[in-house]
Design a protein around this ligand. Structure first.
Ligand code: DP6
Length: 334
């Protein structure tokens, strides 16, 4: 191997990261430029909803070449990736462009393809490829600047991202409990698509500017997050469920009251939520949440997951269900 080939080999890494579901929701920014959340959030990393990203910095290369799921990235997607790579290049004093290849191993159209696993994998792969080593806190802070939920996917299990204070460039997430802390399940019910969704970044900014409920949401969120953290610690589903549902509804109420309103639930979303409530009335401890989209995620004990999935798959408009267990954080192969 020539010296040049050896150097090129060192400037390459592959990372895998999983998606996560927020049990306590993030919605709103304290600092737009640094992408700092206005509220604390707490999530569960989900096994099997994985993004694999390979980054190779090439000596002498000017721009970045970015492939997402086998196609060239759009200009908007590429700009977000390059912005993250620029942070890494600045830290490593690396003046080279990169070849980035990313693949989502989400089951076909799981409706969950989130920026969280993507930017967590990208941040980790780029950090390693640039020779900056394995520093999860730093990687989480880099991922956060691209997408705040991605800061959480750097870690496995139950993960907290505190609210940021303007200017706090180093804010990162941290693991509160490892993935073996509690054997819960998230049953994802994919619903028929509603109208074209408003992306989270745009949606939360519209809420901050126009929603009369925004201030109340930001005020209420920390106590909800604390309740959720306590319930996770105690492995108490009957305490976690209601707090998670309230966090969900409070963020959606804030989004809906924006101008123009941001309405993520589709008719099938409401039917699935109703099915979750009916199962509860029948004695199951099962609780619903949704993010910036129409799909429903039901939280339950491992032993009840099969029943929950079977019931949700019978809901009119639910096209598919998938059951996820707690998963690991980012893994890197140099
Ligand atoms: C509703 O992390 O996608 O899923 O930081 O602007 O990229 P940006 O937003 P993003 O927002 C996720 C919002 C949410 C709730 C959550 O995951 O906490």
């Amino acid at each position: 191997m020539t010296d040049k080939q050896k150097r090129a080999k060192r400037m390459e890494a592959e990372a895998r990261a999983n998606a996560n579901i927020a049990l306590a929701k993030y919605w709103g920014k304290a600092d737009i430029a640094l992408n700092l959340p206005a509220v604390p959030s707490l999530s569960l990393t989900l096994k099997g909803l994985e993004t694999i990203t390979r980054v190779r910095f090439e000596e002498g290369r000017a721009g970045d070449a970015i492939t997402l799921d086998g196609r060239a990235a759009t200009a908007k997607e590429a700009a977000r990736v390059t912005k993250l790579l620029d942070q890494v290049r600045a830290k490593a004093r690396l003046p080279f462009g990169a070849v980035v290849v990313t693949e989502n191993r989400f089951p076909t159209a799981a409706g969950l393809a989130s920026s969280a696993s993507g930017f967590a994998a990208l941040a980790a792969a780029a950090h390693h490829a640039a020779g900056l080593g394995d520093k999860p806190k730093v990687i989480s802070a880099i991922a956060r600047q691209a997408s705040a939920s991605a800061a959480r996917s750097v870690y496995g299990g139950f993960v907290k991202l505190p609210a940021g204070k303007p200017g706090q460039a180093t804010l990162s997430a941290r693991q509160t409990f490892a993935e073996d802390h509690w054997d819960v399940r998230i049953v994802v019910a994919e619903t028929v698509r509603g109208p074209k969704k408003v992306g989270s970044t745009e949606g939360m900014e519209r809420s901050r500017r126009t929603s009369p409920f925004y201030a109340s949401w930001v005020e209420a969120a920390p106590a909800l997050c604390r309740r959720i953290e306590r319930a996770v610690k105690a492995r108490d589903l009957d305490a976690l469920g209601p707090a998670m549902e309230q966090s969900t509804w409070a963020f959606h109420a804030c989004a809906m009251a924006s101008d123009p309103g941001i309405v993520y639930p589709a008719p099938a979303t409401l039917r699935a939520i109703d099915a979750v409530k009916t199962m509860r009335e029948d004695g199951l401890s099962v609780w619903a949440t949704m993010d910036a989209g129409p799909h429903v995620k039901a939280l339950c004990a491992a032993k009840d997951a099969r029943r929950v999935a079977a019931r949700l798959s019978r809901v009119e408009g639910v096209t598919k269900t998938r059951t996820c267990r707690p998963g690991p954080g980012v893994r890197v192969k140099a």
